[in-house]
Design a protein around this ligand. Structure first.
Ligand SMILES: [Zn+2]
Length: 136
């Protein structure tokens, strides 16, 4: 009478090859990788094995990711924000001299006026376009 046998051998002395890096490793030490909890069929060594990344399941938790702002306002400080060094900054380890500081403050005031004018012009252009769109 035949003795009962398993379908597969235990393989405790068998070697396997990591499907990610190709290094020989004990077959029983290789782990199967998954993506979104689905088996990929790849066996990887403990070094290469990564758990299923949390961002793979993002759509299960984040349903809507709103981008638009309620009650948004135009950026009026756009020009000033593009100035590389504001007045009063130390340059090359030396404090700013009062004359230079005054000159730069004047430049900044002019820039503020210019950016306000630019914002108004943009708003007027938008309004004009909107009114023309309503009319036609
Ligand atoms: Zn590996």
């Amino acid at each position: 009478m035949a003795t009962k046998s398993n379908k597969f051998a235990q393989g405790k002395y068998a070697w396997g090859i990591c499907d990610i890096c190709g290094i020989r490793y004990k077959l029983t030490g290789l782990r199967e990788t998954t993506i979104r909890q689905r088996r990929t069929g790849l066996l990887s060594c403990p070094t290469c094995w990564d758990p299923d990344h949390a961002q793979n399941f993002l759509d299960r938790f984040v349903v809507a990711d709103a981008q638009a702002l309620r009650r948004a306002r135009p950026d009026t400080g756009k020009y000033q924000s593009r100035i590389l060094r504001p007045p009063g900054n130390w340059i090359n380890g030396r404090p700013p001299d009062p004359e230079q500081q005054a000159r730069e403050m004047a430049e900044l005031r002019a820039a503020a006026w210019k950016s306000k004018a630019m914002a108004e012009a943009e708003a007027n252009a938008w309004l004009r376009g909107h009114q023309e769109g309503v009319r036609s």
